[in-house]
Design a protein around this ligand. Sequence first.
Ligand code: 5GP
Ligand code: ZN
Length: 113
Amino acid sequence: MSDCLFCKIIDGSIPSKKVYEDDDLFAFEDVNPQAPTHILVVPKSHKPTLLELEESDKETIGKVYLVANKLAREKGIDDGFRVVVNCGEKAGQSVFHIHFHLLGGRSFMWPPG
Ligand code: 5GP
Ligand code: ZN
């Protein structure tokens, strides 16, 4: 999608600190990290929110968690980390291209704010 920030990061027209890429997923460091490790794992196919996911996205979404697993180990946060999706403005979503936050390197509170 031409006016989408994350589509532009995926196609390289906006620079990012890439940490992983395959045919379906792109992962990069968040520009405004909320934890010592804060990575965004992003399906390449443009979907605004979790609500637009379909049956055909099952495999890609499963891969998101395998990539989070791999990156958590690589970054040394496998002693405790979070994978978070904000869906909709009320939940704090600000970029409307579905993405999964991988956060680690500090302790987290529950319930979340
Ligand atoms: P959301 O609030 O939609 O769940 O998460 C969007 C995330 O994208 C935020 O954590 C924000 O810091 C990050 N972000 C916004 N613009 C950019 C950018 O241009 N580059 C990078 N690397 N991250 C961004
Ligand atoms: Zn997009």
